[in-house]
Ligand binder design. Structure first.
Ligand SMILES: [Fe+2]
Length: 229
């Protein structure tokens, strides 16, 4: 079966189930077409040359994991479309694929924020960003200390500075895995991966702090500033 056919489901309603445009019930079967549309994502590309104190091979392995999240996001949506079309959506298997989609999609997106802020030897801290962060945290140094504290929490996940569109505040959050703990409606600004795969090859299992320090030396703060509304 072609994909286009697979994602299209034809439901046949019983006689008299729907009113016609004239308001008169039509005593005949009627077909209603339902189509599940999904987006196909393409991996973004990044150049890891010249990052100071960060192993290029480690970053390329990390990038390969990111591509896996993109592929699995596409795959999960394709499976869901086919199961919907086949009338298999009310199953445990479908629920598990839907649950998995949140993990894969968030993994894909967060890695794009993360890789997208890297630049060899970083950049000077953007003044607009510094002012915005300092307004909430008292000083830039206080925020750096807290995002580092957040990133050092036990567990696998992410330390993220979010912009809150309601209060205009900037708050650090810990995210478990990829999808657990993201505050709804907030915008990710600074996104730091602290899964062990992000550092263990170069820094060892106990090297998270050294990795964070090295990574902070390779952040393009102008990219972070542009993420502020
Ligand atoms: Fe990662």
């Amino acid at each position: 079966m072609k994909r286009r056919e697979a994602i299209t489901s034809i439901l046949t309603l019983g006689a008299g189930a729907l009113a016609t445009g004239s308001g008169i019930f039509k005593a005949e079967a009627r077909e209603v077409q339902t189509t599940y549309k999904f987006s196909t994502y393409t991996p973004l590309t990044y150049n890891f040359d010249g990052l100071k104190g960060l192993d290029k091979d480690m970053l390329e392995q990390h990038y390969a994991l990111y591509r896996g999240y993109v592929n699995n996001t596409n795959k999960a949506q394709s499976i869901m479309a086919e199961m919907l079309a086949a009338g298999k959506a009310d199953t445990t298997e479908f629920s598990e694929v839907r649950r998995r989609l949140g993990f894969e999609y968030a993994g894909m997106r967060l890695h794009e924020y993360y890789f997208g802020m890297l630049k060899p030897e970083g950049s000077p801290v953007d003044e607009k960003l510094k002012r915005a962060v300092s307004a909430f945290w008292g000083s830039w140094e206080n925020w750096i200390a807290d995002i580092t504290r957040t990133a050092m929490m036990r567990g696998i996940g992410w330390a993220i500075l979010y912009y809150d569109p309601v209060t205009k505040g900037l708050q650090n959050f810990w995210i478990d895995d990829h999808e657990n703990g993201n505050p709804p409606g907030f915008e990710p600004i600074f996104v730091l991966d602290v899964w062990e795969h992000a550092y263990i090859k170069q820094f060892g299992a106990g090297g998270r702090r050294a990795y964070i320090d090295a990574l902070l030396k390779n952040v393009d703060w102008s990219v972070i500033a542009k993420r502020l509304p």
